[in-house]
Design a protein around this ligand. Structure first.
Ligand code: 4NP
Length: 172
């Protein structure tokens, strides 16, 4: 029998050079570790297009490398209609979320768009970051450490959520 269609995820931030490529790399590593390569596929994009074609910011790459993850994606832009291509679109902050919803008028597609940290099981109402992954671009290297930790926790929760939607291997 043919393999079931993969679950397709797209992580989105503003520039697609700091937060969303980190989430893409972290999630890809978690998916591989879980033995789910090819069953969950990951992508990322930015709502802005200033950095199209660039590798991730060196500070994001250095922090990921320190944790054993190589970030190799090139920046692309999330355009109107792109939500069709994904099962879930994960925004890093509420500004990204609003921009994604502006580009996605169709109600059925809007349901696919969420804040990434909604999937962090440890998220509390008094969260220091207001439930967002804060933009680290204009700050120092410590911001990239915080961002990595927030992304990893949320991606672990996201993986658990997506796993529940996958058919068991014996069903497929
Ligand atoms: P990101 O960070 O959205 O996490 O990729 C940023 C990168 C670049 C800019 C802003 C945020 N920028 O204004 O160029």
């Amino acid at each position: 029998m043919a393999d079931p269609a993969p679950v397709r995820l797209c992580f989105v931030c503003l520039g697609n050079i700091c937060r969303s490529p980190t989430a893409e790399g972290v999630m890809a590593a978690l998916v591989d570790e879980a033995g789910l390569t090819g069953r969950i596929v990951v992508d990322s994009a930015g709502t802005g297009d200033w950095h199209r074609g660039e590798l991730p910011d060196e500070r994001a790459r250095a922090e990921a490398r320190r944790r054993g993850v190589e970030l190799t994606s090139r920046a692309t832009t999330f355009r109107a209609g792109d939500a069709h291509a994904y099962d879930l679109v994960l925004a890093m902050d509420r500004s990204n979320l609003a921009d994604l919803l502006d580009r996605t008028p169709e109600p059925a597609l809007r349901e696919r768009i969420h804040l990434l940290r909604e999937f962090d099981p440890a998220l509390t109402p008094d969260d220091r970051w207001g439930g967002e992954v804060p933009d680290p671009w204009a700050g120092g290297e410590q911001g990239f450490v915080v961002v990595y930790d927030l992304i990893e926790a949320a991606c672990r929760g996201l993986l658990a959520h997506v796993r529940e939607t996958l058919p068991a291997p014996e069903d497929g």
